[in-house]
Design a binder for this molecule. Sequence first.
Ligand code: GLU
Length: 487
Amino acid sequence: MSEQQVRVRFAPSPTGYLHVGGARTALYCYLYAKRHGGKFILRIEDTDLERSTEEAMRMQIQDLNWLGLHWDEGPHPETLKDMGDYGPYRQSQRKEIYQKYADQLLEQGDAYYCFLSDEEIEAQREQAKKEKRPPQVKSPYRDWTVEKALEFKKTCPTPPVIRFKVKDEKTDYVLQDLVRGDVTFPSDMVGDFVVIRSNGMPVYNFCCVVDDALMKMTHVFRGEDHLSNTLRQIMVYDALNFEKPKFGHLSMILGEDRQKLSKRHGATSVNDFNEKGFLPEAMNNFLALLGWSSPKAQEIITMDELCEQFHHDRLNPASAVFDEKKLTWVNATHLRQLPHAELWNRLQPFFAKAGINLSDDPAWQNKALETMKTSMETLTDAIELFKPLSNEPFKVSDKAAEVLSWETTSAVINKWIELVSAKNELSADDFQEILAQIKTECAVKGKQLFMPIRVAIIGEPQGAEVKLLVPLMAKQELIDRANQCLN
Ligand code: GLU
């Protein structure tokens, strides 16, 4: 028998930005598919009409694209048209399919129309709470035939839901989870659950099963928070006689205070990190290690290496802590390894947004990055570093007034002009030498020396490390700027 092709899906609900937890799930699904020569599928779970938006779907698609987690099947990243043989890939377009399987459950007697109103359900919950029982719905419609229910529906003011009938006899379900090992669920953990809402929309636990089965998923990786849903899903698989995929429930991601990672902890969406100047390769590297470890103990790892090494046996069931300092370190490492032409490209949107215009000479860009990249951890760090080099008219800040009023300042700046003029180009060493010379010849030191020089170069008494900037500036520019300070 030929081995079944691995098919793994990422199934986000488009209710907001892609959260880092979702991104990690997507990454693991992608890596698992790649590692096993399989297919990675994107399915949009948008049956919650109140919370799902087209805009959120587009944003999530953009974020997945930015991470480079390209899917083989699902909505096309630009046109959103279905790619693949198992579509539609948006659940909101699969309503008839779910209805067909709900009808099958009704016919088999594994589901029933339930006419309980919200108030009646609430009253049952209250009662169960009082009696310290789990709040499971006991429906008087459970044993009605479909015919009787359809007849009643004609006159009943409450539109019915379709409820799955959990078997009366108690059994233990054992899930062989790829991450957590055997997990046992007693069947009475759940009561009869809704599969189709009264507005005709299916409920997650139902459509997820129908889709995973019809789309021939072999593996389902998702957050541990879905573990309790899995029991309901197994019941639906069994009732519909569908083959089950293998499940792996991933550990939670916690903030540094060991609480579930949320907005309170600061940036939590992939888009936040994109805007903060993190690189997708660093994000993938960092997220991969939140709950998985490389068999070669690599802390810095490329996407190709991840695709080669990823397997579920190294997924860790213990919660992982999201450590932004580590992410920053991973990012700095990847950033400094990028070829300069590539790094320059990645910086362009950040420079453009900050209104920074720089030389288009590749040799200059190369030299500038060589000097500056060791001071950069994220792409946004480049903004402050490069601002003084922007091709804009030089301005002396008001903050420089005090420094310019010191008695010794004009002598220092004049000497600076004289010594710079005598050179062709200024290396970092030349700059140090010139400073030493000014120190002796003008008999100044400390603040009296450094602040006037900084003002002469960047127009500000505080800020950028001028010794990095000087070798990147034309001699004439340095002289012009210094002269402007003397006026
Ligand atoms: N739409 C669900 C979510 O976003 C998917 C869960 C699953 O992978 O089954 O949490």
